[in-house]
Design a protein around this ligand. Sequence first.
Ligand SMILES: [Zn+2]
Length: 141
Amino acid sequence: MPGATFAACDVLFANRIPALDDDEIKGRFVLVLEPPRAGARDGMNVVAVGITSRRPTDGTGVRLPDATKYPETKTGLDRPSWAVPSWLLTVPVCVVDRKAGYAKTSHVVAVQSKAVELGAEIKSVTCGDADCASCSHDRGG
Ligand SMILES: [Zn+2]
């Protein structure tokens, strides 16, 4: 979605998101923690965490509202869903398929504080195109 703007709390569906525990890359939901940095050009990245429909066994997941439990929710999630603080990602705009909805500030705050507590390392997502202007921001281009 080139040219789109995103904000903290947005729930996005993005392509090419690597799994937390293995190398499986596929389209997944992510929760935006930080919008693009001020001064970023069009190839802006957001800081986000992965969202899973399987409750994390280590108890660190932050449950997000979903339509099965809260039909009025604006998250766009239709299955039980958890944001995973240790699954910290920079997501370039080129892999974002769509904005699904948005969560609450309290969810983002809970995820951020757990990510800090866990010392989560941030992983860079790329679209795989070596010439991509969006992804090149992570490579210092
Ligand atoms: Zn790219």
